[in-house]
Design a protein around this ligand. Structure first.
Ligand code: IVH
Length: 677
């Protein structure tokens, strides 16, 4: 009991502190998901130990009271919060409870399912059709008068689009659309100002500006989802009718909102939001499910903090905080030294994360993360997890700032950074870590596709000094492998057979496997298709290489010089002697001209392609890949960390945007099945 009491007190203090930071200072100290976890735990304890429950507990409060310069507004009707559920079982249980409360059949109940926009709640009062006041939620009872700033929101009607007498309040969410957010942060960067952490913080900060001119310069939007008509002049039977009225008045409403019948369809539609959250124009942190029938809503009523007729299904968080145990450096096949975070394992978006990239030296310095810090880790889609930044922990002594090691952790050679580049490299071409990654790459699926030759097997072979170069692979015999742990005769035989089989790989794949700088799969295919065999390619003069479609001067020079390095020409001689065919079969490379005459703009990182490779891939299909978006652009491929100006331009011009995940489909078919709106 005492343990529970202490924990409850601790949780209440923690939550109150985070409330203050989030609601009053717009500076959250922990990710939303961690906050929710604290609240869920506290609610659980209060339920298990009723003697510890209290009306004054933070579990009964909505938001936090504020201490800013705006004058107070008492809400005519309280602005309530929503209760949360975190999975399908809890969601189903809520719906069944609601049905029971109504004495209705859950399979016949109509639900509106809509996005839970990650912005902040706003109530706007209209008298005789004219906007007179805008107020934040505050503590739910009393909010702040932000009328002057609300008037700067451009997608809001100053005057209702249809005549209306009397007083109504339209409630909804103020937010910054994803593309507007990117453009806003680009502007901040250009001006040397601090970037915003996320659209919600930016929206909240922008709405609570003392100077409306600042609010005006911020791309705020408003989306309506509630109508408060205390005079009762409007009579609607359902939520959909209410929402349609808002649309007729000129408000933006959620176009993804759907009314469905029954729990199964409701759950299905809410899953749809989970799947498509990245395709929406705004950030969402969940799905809101509301009983559609207004009479049923009245019958269900409210608890002290939330309606019983609505629920928020929180989507799995994509950001979590965890302890940074150490910062280490890994060496890639080109010698690039990439710092990465070793983390106390944490589950993000359904997968366990114990490492996250820190990209390069500048990123570590900019994020100022230090071993021992509590850090926020983000995982977006299939992208490698990354560390967003450190969480402030007042009173905790931090370790000193991390320094990039001066020497390669693998071979001890110096690490060097070119003056104007952000990447650091191990200068030792014989570095065992580089060698290991080069051989792994040579055997990888994109290259010679040698089954059974993954990183640990290659490491074993190197360790046993059975190989020291990719060419040595072809000299391996089954008897050599007998000493390797975990490799029986059978797998030894199949490994040797797989290596033997790779001898007939087309030249283009060998070129990929060699890891020649700037030569990706597309350039490799073009080179191989043009010269047909290794000797012809190796003898080609520089000018001839440059003339090939999809091979620019940079790639041409890199290939030309590669053969002229003695170490490389020797390797090629050995590969030839071992019987590799090094020819390109006809038809192996002819690519369909799926993008003939079309301009495809790429912005941001596309997984599996460097910028050059992505452009080459488009050109190899007959397309062009200009650097900017225009009316003539066929589509824009939006990768990780896209350029704000391209996204904004595409949105303005109505040019189709597709996610990087659809890039290969675009190359293959010349079209797409899903787009970003
Ligand atoms: S309905 C009485 N619908 O989520 C019901 N809220 O966690 C009032 N929110 O305070 C809320 N999208 O700021 C509703 N489609 C949506 C929403 C939404 C975002 C916010 C809103 C609310 C909070 C509750």
């Amino acid at each position: 009991m005492n343990v529970a009491r202490e924990r409850v007190e601790f949780l209440r203090e923690e939550i109150a502190r985070h409330n203050e930071a989030y609601y009053t200072h717009d500076a959250p100290t922990i990710p939303d998901a961690d906050y929710d976890a604290l609240l869920v735990e506290l609610r659980g304890l209060e339920g298990d130990y009723p003697e510890l429950a209290s009306d004054a507990s933070v579990t009964h409060q909505v938001g936090a009271s504020s201490t800013t310069v705006f004058s107070e507004v008492s809400h005519a009707e309280p602005m309530l919060s929503l209760d949360n559920v975190f999975d399908v079982d809890e969601l189903t249980a809520w719906a069944e409870r609601a049905a029971r409360g109504l004495g209705a059949d859950a399979s016949a109940l109509a639900f509106a399912v809509e996005p839970k926009i990650d912005g902040l709640a706003l109530s706007i009062t209209y008298v005789d059709g004219v906007l007179v006041q805008g107020a934040t939620r505050g503590d739910g009872r009393v909010g702040e008068d932000v009328t002057d700033n609300v008037r700067t929101i451009t997608n809001l009607p100053e005057q209702l689009g249809e005549a209306h007498r009397g007083r109504v309040e339209v409630r909804g969410e103020v937010f910054i659309a994803k593309s507007d957010f990117l453009a806003l942060n680009q502007r901040q960067r250009d001006a040397g100002a601090k970037e915003f952490a996320n659209p919600r913080n930016a929206a909240a900060g922008s709405l609570r500006q003392k100077d409306p001119a600042v609010s005006r310069s911020r791309p705020l939007s408003f989306l309506g989802y509630q109508l408060v008509d205390l005079e009762g002049s409007l009579t609607f039977d359902s939520y959909v009718e209410t929402i349609s009225q808002l649309a007729r008045w000129g408000f933006l409403i959620a176009k993804e909102m759907v009314v469905v019948t029954g729990v199964t369809a409701m759950v299905e539609r809410s899953n749809w939001f989970e799947e498509h959250r990245h395709d929406l124009t705004y950030e969402i942190d969940g799905v809101v499910i509301k009983v559609n029938d207004l009479a049923q809503r009245t019958a269900l009523g409210f608890t002290s903090r939330a309606p019983r007729w609505a629920i928020a299904r929180k989507l799995p968080p994509e950001e979590r905080s965890t302890r940074l145990l150490a910062i280490e450096v890994s060496i890639g096949r080109t010698g690039r030294a990439t710092p990465y975070a070793v983390l106390e394992p944490v589950v993000i978006a359904g997968s366990r994360v114990s490492m996250a990239t820190l990209h390069n030296e500048d990123q570590v310095a900019q994020k100022d993360v230090r071993p021992g810090d509590l850090v926020i880790v983000r995982k977006a889609g299939d992208v490698i997890p990354e560390v967003v930044g450190a969480v402030a922990e007042p009173g905790r002594r931090r370790k000193s700032a991390w320094r990039f090691p001066a020497n390669c952790p693998e071979c001890g050679a110096p690490l060097a950074r070119g003056g104007d580049q952000s990447d650091t490299y191990c200068v030792n071409p014989a570095c065992p870590a580089q060698l290991l990654q080069q051989i792994v790459h040579f055997a990888s699926r994109a290259a010679l596709d040698i089954e059974g030759l993954g990183e640990s097997r290659v490491a074993q072979l190197l360790e046993a000094r059975l190989i020291g170069d990719v060419a040595d692979l072809f000299a391996l015999r089954v008897s050599d492998l007998s000493s390797l742990e975990g490799l029986g005769e059978l797998s030894g035989t199949s490994l040797v057979a797989a290596i033997e089989g790779a001898k007939s790989a087309p030249l283009s794949r060998v070129l990929v496997g060699l890891g020649i700088r700037h030569v990706g799969p597309v350039a490799a295919r073009e080179l191989a298709a043009n010269f047909k065999s290794y000797p012809a390619l190796a003898q080609a003069p520089l000018e001839m290489l440059e003339e090939i479609d999809g091979v620019g001067p940079v790639i041409a020079a890199s290939v030309y010089e590669y053969w002229r390095e003695p170490e490389n020409s020797e390797r090629m001689e050995r590969l030839t002697a071992f019987g590799l065919s090094l020819v390109e079969p006809v038809n192996a490379t002819r690519l369909g001209q799926t993008l003939a005459g079309r301009a495809v703009v790429v912005t941001g990182a596309v997984e599996g392609y460097s910028r050059d490779e992505a452009e080459e891939a488009i050109k190899a299909r007959g397309g062009t890949s200009p650097g900017s978006v225009s009316k003539k652009t066929y589509c824009v491929v939006v990768g990780d960390s896209p350029g704000a100006s391209k996204v904004t331009k595409a949105t303005e011009l109505g040019v189709t945007m597709i996610a990087a995940a659809g890039f290969e489909e675009l190359l293959r078919t010349g079209t797409w099945t899903t787009t970003i709106t």
